[in-house]
Design a binder for this molecule. Structure first.
Ligand code: FES
Ligand code: FES
Length: 161
């Protein structure tokens, strides 16, 4: 199959690659760019382990083609920390023990990152609904809710001048 040239900004870095049109974004990220944080947990678009942020939206990258991202801005878990400082959602999952095996975590973090921009001050119920596209086998979700509450609070703290 003939390849198509795709130019996409990933974590702020311009990437140009020739890919087959059928290449799923998750494989593009993991296999072409070596960004192996996003995971594959299903073949039916349920688990959300592959969630990344594309042009300001949470997207399951297993159900998106790499060629659809031509000209897009993609953010993955590897791009969340800034100069070694964890993003509030990463800190929240760490402090509140929101992960065990860590397989769902990159997808959870990317969804939480976007969710807290959609809804900066969510109720517990809104968090559970907002994160409903992400499955976790380990935590029972309880500490993930706490982690997102932690991050919401931290993001609302005034930034030191
Ligand atoms: S791998 Fe399960 S939704 Fe993408
Ligand atoms: S921490 Fe293991 S699947 Fe969520």
């Amino acid at each position: 199959m003939s390849k198509k040239l795709v130019t996409v900004s990933v974590n702020g870095k311009k990437e140009e690659k020739a890919v087959e049109p059928r290449t799923l974004l998750i494989h593009f990220l993991r296999e072409e760019l070596n960004l192996t944080g996003a995971h594959i947990g299903c073949e039916t678009s349920h688990c959300g382990a592959c969630t990344v942020d594309i042009d300001g939206q949470s997207v399951k990258s297993c159900t998106h083609l790499a060629v659809q991202c031509d000209g897009s801005e993609v953010l993955t878990v590897e791009g969340l920390a800034n100069k070694g400082v964890l993003h509030a959602v990463q800190e929240g999952f760490y402090k509140e023990h929101g992960l065990q095996c860590g397989f769902c975590t990159p997808g959870m973090l990317m969804r939480a990152y976007r969710f807290l921009q959609e809804n900066p001050n969510p109720s517990e119920d809104e968090i559970r609904h907002g994160m409903a596209g992400n499955l976790c086998r380990c935590t029972g979700y309880q500490n993930i809710v706490k982690a997102i509450q932690y991050a919401a609070k931290k993001l609302q703290e005034p930034v030191a001048a």
